[in-house]
Design a protein around this ligand. Sequence first.
Ligand SMILES: NC(=O)c1ccc[n+]([C@@H]2O[C@H](COP(=O)([O-])OP(=O)(O)OC[C@H]3O[C@@H](n4cnc5c(N)ncnc54)[C@H](OP(=O)(O)O)[C@@H]3O)[C@@H](O)[C@H]2O)c1
Length: 263
Amino acid sequence: MAESSFMEKFGSWGLVAGGSDGLGGAWSEALAKRGLNVAIVARRKEQLEAKARELEARYRVATLVIPLDLSAVSAASDLSDRIAEIDLGFVIYNAALSPGGSFVAVESGDLASAISTNVTTPTILLRNILPRLAARDRAGVILVSSLAGYAGSSSLATYGATKAYLRMLGEALWEENRFTGVDVMVTSPGAVTTPGLLSRSGKKIPGQLSPDEIVELSLSHLGKSPTFVPGVVNQIAATLLGRVLPRRSATSLMRKSSSGIST
Ligand SMILES: NC(=O)c1ccc[n+]([C@@H]2O[C@H](COP(=O)([O-])OP(=O)(O)OC[C@H]3O[C@@H](n4cnc5c(N)ncnc54)[C@H](OP(=O)(O)O)[C@@H]3O)[C@@H](O)[C@H]2O)c1
């Protein structure tokens, strides 16, 4: 979609939950580049403000900085309140926590934070804001899942399970919103060369893509199907993991392919 028609369809404000850094920084930039004002949520205020200043200077858009921990019990309602007054046309839920290690070695509090950030907050947030998006007639929602949601991911068990949940939620919301004018899509990247991943992984991961590649491929697919996997190698992996392999082979492949990444 041309950048001017994106603005016509989804302007004037976009929200990126987890939008200051890594893949989230690329989402924020992509919306600003298309002329949308951007509301950005993250925990670290300095990084958030730096990103907002950068977008304002480069793209001449307005920003709304929302420092918030999306794992907090009240996060969805606090965020809904903060964005109540803007003309919101596009929402990207990118934030995620991924506690790594054997399931029983992870502190239960860290598991709970991952579930609230990756599952509870996006679910309640969408429940709160979908009516106003539908009332606008034209709106977009992207939920960021992961290939880790296509088969049980040992050492990332809870993270993978939250990502599978998001894919099912997004598919259902695509179907429910087919005639409301709200395009809902779940994108499930494989490895993304964010600074975090590059520092954790010593080797090149098959199918790895840059944040900009993930964002542009995903945005160009919006409206075409409920789910999307960026990159041909990752699409083959998703088909193998999700549909072709017996489950014991899928979980084994998942373990082997994530063995070089320590979280
Ligand atoms: N990196 C990969 O290889 C990869 C692969 C597949 C899928 N993904 C998915 O892509 C998305 C982004 O991944 P990433 O690696 O770019 O993540 P990230 O850099 O760790 O975090 C992305 C953004 O979310 C914010 N954030 C994280 N937890 C938050 C919380 N509890 N409350 C508020 N903000 C929070 C971060 O800022 P603060 O830290 O300041 O809060 C940052 O702006 C995730 O959904 C992830 O599952 C990533």
